[in-house]
Design a protein around this ligand. Structure first.
Ligand code: GLA
Length: 380
C-alpha cells in the first residue's frame, strides 16, 4: 500500500496530517477452527497490510475515508454505522469505550493491499490498526494482549462473527520470518523461525466469497460447544475440546449426533496434527509437514465441512502434481489454499492450476507468494 497516497488524500480531505499506522493480514500454516476451541494455531503475519492515517478532531464524530472502496462515511461516537466496512472501526471504538476510556472522534483515511474475502484476515488487520492507533494517540496504556482482545470482541459484538483469537493475535504480534505457535487457552506463544529452503509457500485465491461463511462459522462453533456440554456432564473439568481426547469423545459417541461427533473429532485431530507439524518444522522435515497439511484439508472438507468445490479442486490438483502440502486456509467456504511446494515443481503446478481452474470455474485464480512480515505498528 502506497503510504504517500494515504497522506495525500488525508491532506486533500482534512487539510492537515496525522499519525500513520499499519497492520498486516495473516496466513495460518495449520490448526484451523481450533482457536475458538481453545486449541493451538500456527499463523504468521504477512507482508500485505492496512495502512491508516488518523488524527483526533475534537468533535464526537468519526470521519473515515476508504481509499479502496473510494467511499467515505461519518458517524457519531456510539452510533452504529449502516455501512459494512465502518462496523469494524465502530466495533473497536465501542470496545475501547466499554473499558471506560473517553476517546473523542477522529478523521481518518485508510487503504490496503490485503484482498478482501480471501481468508487473509483483512478485517482483523483493520481492527488491529484502529485498536493500536487509538491506544497510541490517546496513550491508553493498553497491552498488546488487550489490543488483540479488543479486535476480537469488536468482531463478536459489532460484526456478530464469534471468531477465535488467531487473526487479531497474528496481526498484532507478528514478526518477520517467524510463525507463532499460539496456545489459544493460555495465550502463551512461541515464535518459530519459518524456514523452507528449496521450497516455496504460495497462496492460491479461489476468488470465491461465500455469503454463508459467517453464519456457518457460528454454527460450527455451537456444534463444538454441544459436544463439550455432553462430555462436561460426566467430566466436569472439561470446558472446551482442548480438554477432550479422542478416546474420551468415543466414550460419548452414542450420546451425540453423528454430526457433532464428526465436528469434534476433526478439532481434536487437528490439534494433534498441529503439535506434530511443529515438531516436523523444527527438525526441517517438510515432507511430514506437507502430509499433515493434506490431512488437515481432508478433515476440514469431509468432517468439518467448511471447504467448497473450488478449494477441493485446487487441493486435488496439488496432490496430483506432487505438491508437498496443500490445504484450504482460514474460515473456509472460499478464499485461499496454502501450498508448500518444491522450487522445481512450482512452474508446472501454477500453470496447471491456472489453466484447469479457469476452464472449470470460469474465473482466474490469483497466486501470491507468502512472506512473513511484522505486526501492527506506527510508521514514522
Ligand atoms: C477465521 C476466524 C479465526 C479462526 C479461523 C479458522 O479466520 O476469524 O478466529 O477461527 O477462521 O481457523
Amino acid at each position: 500500500m502506497d503510504i504517500n497516497l494515504i497522506r495525500k488524500k488525508f491532506k486533500d480531505l482534512y487539510n492537515q496530517s496525522g499519525n500513520v499506522y499499519a497492520s498486516p493480514g495473516r496466513v495460518n500454516l495449520i490448526g484451523e477452527h481450533t482457536d475458538y476451541n481453545l486449541g493451538f494455531v500456527l499463523p504468521g503475519a504477512i507482508d500485505k497490510r492496512i495502512v491508516a492515517e488518523i488524527k483526533p478532531n475534537r468533535i464526537n464524530k468519526c470521519r473515515v475515508y476508504s481509499i479502496d472502496f473510494d467511499d467515505s462515511y461519518e458517524f457519531e461516537l456510539g452510533e452504529r454505522p449502516t455501512k459494512g466496512w465502518a462496523l469494524y472501526i465502530y466495533g473497536v471504538i465501542e470496545e475501547i469505550r466499554k473499558k471506560g476510556f473517553d476517546i473523542g472522534g477522529f478523521d481518518c483515511v485508510f487503504g490496503g493491499d490485503i484482498p478482501v474475502g480471501a481468508g487473509l484476515s483483512s478485517s482483523a488487520a483493520l481492527e488491529s490498526t484502529f485498536a493500536f492507533a487509538l491506544n497510541d494517540i490517546h496513550q491508553l496504556n493498553l497491552s498488546k494482549f488487550d489490543l488483540v482482545k479488543i479486535g476480537q470482541m469488536a468482531e463478536h459484538n459489532a460484526v456478530c462473527v464469534m471468531c477465535g483469537v488467531m487473526d487479531q493475535f497474528a496481526s498484532v504480534f507478528g514478526e518477520e520470518g517467524k510463525l507463532i505457535k499460539l496456545d489459544c487457552h493460555s495465550l502463551e506463544y512461541e515464535m518459530i523461525p519459518f524456514k523452507t529452503p528449496g521450497y516455496r509457500v504460495v497462496l492460491i485465491n479461489t476468488k470465491v466469497k461465500h455469503s454463508l461463511a459467517s453464519s456457518e462459522y457460528n454454527l460450527r462453533r455451537r456444534e463444538c460447544e454441544k459436544g463439550v456440554a455432553i462430555i462436561h456432564e460426566h467430566y466436569n473439568y472439561v470446558e472446551s475440546l482442548r480438554d477432550v481426547s479422542l478416546n474420551m469423545l468415543d466414550e460419548f459417541r452414542k450420546s451425540m449426533t453423528e454430526l457433532t461427533y464428526r465436528r469434534c473429532s476433526y478439532v481434536i485431530k487437528e490439534n494433534q496434527r498441529l503439535l506434530s507439524t511443529c515438531d516436523a518444522l523444527k527438525t526441517g522435515n517438510l515432507q511430514t509437514f506437507g502430509k499433515y497439511m493434506y490431512s488437515s484439508h481432508e478433515g476440514l472438507s469431509k468432517d468439518y465441512e467448511v471447504s467448497c468445490p473450488q478449494l477441493d479442486f485446487l487441493v486435488e490438483i496439488a496432490a496430483k502434481d506432487e505438491v508437498t502440502g496443500a490445504r484450504m486456509m482460514g474460515g473456509g467456504f472460499g478464499g485461499c489454499t496454502i501450498n508448500l511446494i518444491e522450487n522445481n515443481k512450482y512452474d508446472t503446478f501454477i500453470n496447471e492450476v491456472w489453466n484447469s481452474y479457469t476452464k472449470k470455474f470460469h474465473k482466474e485464480p490469483q497466486v501470491y507468494d507468502v512472506k512473513i512480515g511484522n505486526g501492527t505498528r506506527r510508521i514514522e
